[in-house]
Each structure stands twice: as structure tokens, then as C-alpha cells.
Design a protein around this ligand. Sequence first.
Ligand code: TYD
Ligand code: MG
Length: 457
Amino acid sequence: MAKKSTTEFVCQNCGATYMKWQGKCDSCGEWNTIVEEKQGGEGFSNLNTKSKGKMIDFVSLSGSSEALSRTHTNIKELDRVLGGGLVSGSAVLVGGDPGIGKSTLLLQLTASIANLPNNPQCYYISGEEAIDQVRLRAKRLGLENSPVHLASATDVKDIIATLEKSDASVVIIDSIQTMYLDGVESTPGSVSQVRACSYELIKLAKKKNFALFLVGHVTKQGSIAGPRVLEHMVDTVLYFEGERGHQFRILRAVKNRYGATDEIGVFEMQDQGLVEVENPSALFLAERQGNISGSCVFAGIEGSRPVLVEIQALVSPTSYSSPKRAVVGWDSNRLSMVLAVLEARCGLSLSSQDIYLNIAGGLKISEPAADLSVAMAIISSMTNKPLPPDMVIFGEIGLSGEIRAVNQPNLRLKEARKLGFNNAIMPASLKKDKKNTNYDISIHEIGNVQKLVNWFN
Ligand code: TYD
Ligand code: MG
């Protein structure tokens, strides 16, 4: 029977499919993202065959299985994010904005692994850059003598045929959006192409037991372009993020079948490439100026590691009919909630004030534990009274104005102490554990937001 190729309409943003074209995707709400794509072809198995399936064997949950083989990459920050090293046979998607440093990171990674004593075979396949461009970057990074196999290719069939015959340990595909598979009738970068190419490459990685890195571009909404589907196919999803103007880059695990998520690795982009940052708190606080109103230090936790960051707020009378709220590095809904609580429970009047909030250094914080620091920074700016420069703050704010306990207070306090902080404002409910711990830091406990205002009297 001749293979029938059907057409469907696929949203390039979220991967939702439709029978006919429409202007707006009902699934993700984006406009003009739906594109006609031909389905069927060699990349996908055809289920319409008459042959019956084989019986599958079921086994019990207990039983011996091979221990994961992990390779330490010699880049500690990367090992941490991967859950303690690179797992053979795993597929890792590395997403990030263009120009953020994905190619640089992966070139450094391949060179580092290729130089290991047991000589792992590393393949770097670039679909975006010509060989000369990659060589130039390697030279700039001082890695030109590393035994990495470099190629510029985009045809997945050729790549698979080549890798089948190799004894690869690590393969980098930079980027998956430039790859194409012959049997799939749509352009490279479309959902069908990306899905089919990834499927074939991941299948080979599992079969040959090499670690596969796929580079993926990110859309303006912050998700990996088109292929949200890709996130389900791979074992690990890493986002490489940071502000272009800042030299800090943060590698964040958002999915990891072989380790904890929310773990971050911190790098600094320098002239010689990405350099690991072992003490991120010191770096994030490096440019802090003491005794300025509207600034406070938040003791946060990123994954398993405490990180201190400066939170800056600026409150100024508005000249608009509705006041401006601008947030960098934090959730704007969370800011609205904190402002509403301050208005309702502390009687502060913020409706005629513009409020700007910034997490210094380009870090994005998602912890609710930052609520209290944000509230303190805002009140400090409003009253124009600085907080003591050696003070850290953490705590979650509830809607009734109560300050709620947060996880791992000891780790936060320890990091603050290490960096020379002598005072901490934190939730009162931790009182009981305090007896057992010698914090060596003055603790000011606050149970309710009403008490916050007293700090500035
Ligand atoms: P790149 O790795 O090409 O980004 P991506 O693959 O995510 O698109 O990084 C490009 C940027 O990094 C570029 O703007 C220059 C900068 N860079 C440095 O600052 N130092 C370096 O040593 C290198 C190689 C790049
Ligand atoms: Mg690149």
C-alpha cells in the first residue's frame, strides 16, 4: 500500500495540532504561529500496517540493574546541574537566547571531556556555523589542541550513518533547529522536523550509549522554540540564561531524570570564555553600595546552594493616571500581591507611586522566600531610610500579613555569616529550632508585616 502523507496544521510555539488553519492558537494563545505541515514519511513509523505486535515482557520492580555510569566533566558547575556528572546514553536539551553562550559552553564541555585520561571520543556537529568559525572560537578559548571531532552538517541521515560507525561518548548537535531529515516534508526548525530529527538522534544515543546534547533556541516567551514537545523527549532540560549586559550566566536544570531540578551553575563570560563562579554570593554582591535606601540583601536558596543577592526597589510619585510597576528578575504577580498586603495590612498608600524592582546581577528569583526582602526594600525606598548594610532578610508573606517560615533557614544564615553579615530578619516561627543551633548572627524575628514599618521609625 502506498504511504499516505497527510497534512496537519501545527502551532510552532506549543506544538498543538489542528485540522485547518486558524490565526490564533487556542492552546497557547499566540497569533500567526500555525503552519501547514505534512505528516508521515520515513521519520515516523507507520501504524497502519497489518502485522500484529509482539508480546511484551513484564518484570517486577525489584531486580538488579546496571548502575548509572557518570562522567565528571571537569566543569564543576556543569556537573552539579547534571546531577553529579554526565550520564552515558542520556539526551540533554540546552536552551537559551541567541548569543547567550550555548555554543561556547558546549565547546568548552567537549574539549574538557575529550582531554580526560581515558580518551572519550567527542563529536561536535555544528549546523549553524562553518568549521572556520568554530575553529576561531576554539582558538580564542585556547582549546584548539583538544582532540574533538568537528563537523559542519545538517542532514540527520548522514550524521546517524557516521555516528553508527563511531565509538562516540559525547555528541553535540548545535542546533536542533538547523537539522533536517529527508523523509519529513517541512522546513528545518518546524515542529515536525525538530521532533523527527530529535527522535532519531535520541534513539541512536540510547542504542550506542553516548551522551547527546541538543542545542535549542528559545522564543521570546522563554520556552524552547516550537518544540515544547522536545522537552518531553529528552532526559534533561537545561536553560542557559542571563542578561546580555551582565557577564553572569546561569545554567539551570528545569527537568532532570538523573538528578535534582532547580540546581543552578553560575558562570562568568570573560574574554577567554565561560569561567566557573564558585562563590556566586560574593559575585552578586560585589557592586553593592552600602547605606542606600531601597536596597536589601536576600538570602535565597538555588537548588542545594545558598545564594545571597541584592534586591533593589525604587518608589517614586507617579505622573501617570495608573502607576507603573516594572520588575526585573522576579514575578510581577508576586510583587502585586506583596504591594496589596502592604496596603491592606500596614496602611501604606502605594496607588499613587511608581514602583521599580530589580534583582541586581541578572539572577531570576522564583522563591516566595524573597517576599519579605522585597517588602523591606520597598518600605526602605518609600521612607528613604537605608537598612543596616550587614543585614540579610528572608521570609514568605501570607495574604493576612503573616510572615511564614521558609525552608533551610540554617543554610541561609550560614552563608550570610560566611560573607560577613551580622544581622538577619526572618520569620518568627523558627524560634524553636533556634535553640539547637549556634547561628553566630543576631536574629530579629518578625511574625507580621505590621511590624516591618517599625524598623524604619
Ligand atoms: P555563543 O556561544 O556563540 O552563543 P549562542 O551559541 O548561545 O548563540 O556566544 C556568543 C557570545 O559570547 C558573543 O556575544 C561573544 C561572547 N563571547 C565572549 O564574551 N567571550 C568568549 O570567549 C566567547 C567565545 C564568546
Ligand atoms: Mg551558537
